[in-house]
Design a protein around this ligand. Sequence first.
Ligand SMILES: [Ca+2]
Length: 409
Amino acid sequence: MGNPYMCNNECDASTPELAHPPELMFDFEGRHPSTFWQSATWKEYPKPLQVNITLSWSKTIELTDNIVITFESGRPDQMILEKSLDYGRTWQPYQYYATDCLHAFHMDPKSVKDLSQHTVLEIICTEEYSTGYSTNSKIIHFEIKDRFAFFAGPRLRNMASLYGQLDTTKKLRDFFTVTDLRIRLLRPAVGEIFVDELHLARYFYAISDIKVRGRCKCNLHATSCLYDNSKLMCECEHNTTGPDCGKCKKNYQGRPWSPGSYLPIPKGTANTCIPSISSIGKCYCNPLGSIHDRCNGSGFCECKTGTTGPKCDECLPGNSWYYGCQLWQELHRANVCDNELLHCQNGGTCQNNVRCACPDAYTGILCEKLRCEEAGSCGSDSGQGAPPRGSPALLFLTALLGTASPLVF
Ligand SMILES: [Ca+2]
């Protein structure tokens, strides 16, 4: 193999210089030669030489790239990669690896490239990574990216399509999700048809590096995941809680929890947990002065611009209450007339809420005056055509409009 640290007859787990402990599979690689873990040799042949390597995160992880295992010896003749989704209580095979799939596992050999969108969840046995000692034969992949490519295209350019599928298909999402991985080494590389019983020390497993790339599964309710007491934890937002932000916080169960969504792309949907009905009851906001008529997730009314107070029913300086708080300038400009309270009178029509278009005989902001009255030219029957009086509130408002500042039409 060319690695001067490869064990010959001088490995010894109890001597640091001669030991090959498991942590050497996870140290920083880049020095030469590689550091590696090495198993015992196959001295008890024909009893199988079997070793399990278990990786546990105590946290649900979504895989984002290929799992890459680099062997320092020949790649095993038989191996199963397994996964758990329940912290190691139950295990499922992820992929089988063998020099002869039919013989080892009674499975037809397949490559990920034989799969499709419809068969992407199939568990296959591959012979691609098990042959010989040739160069470039140190590595075993579990092909995450090839599987992504069925949805996102060969160069993963259309990730939106992949996210859309992950969003809507739980089985697919779960396929790329693990809490633990287990590498079951079942038979070391032999390199020939028969095991050479005179040189059993040749047969062992040695792994220099295992790469698993993924992100914490936080159900799209967190943007970061931190170590807390050496345990990975999602920094849950959107009023969610739990190791994977998988439930709504206490008092925020106003609707059932659901994961965040990539859809609609590109902004997605937060699916924030909302306050429980019991707590909503205590938290009404003024519907005109607040953005929502109920408190936000933190229990506060969110006030519109110009509005303040715990219930958003008070105006900041420079504002007056008129269907909520309005800036003085805006108030003078806005809603000279509308179709609810401020009717144009005597057949006038409201134009864009800023002016009444009056019939020829009438004038005034709301067409409330006879034109002849203004000119002093009305006949003796002027009382007959007098405009109806508006309500006091309406009059007050027109007075305000008329006196505070020139109207802008
Ligand atoms: Ca290493």
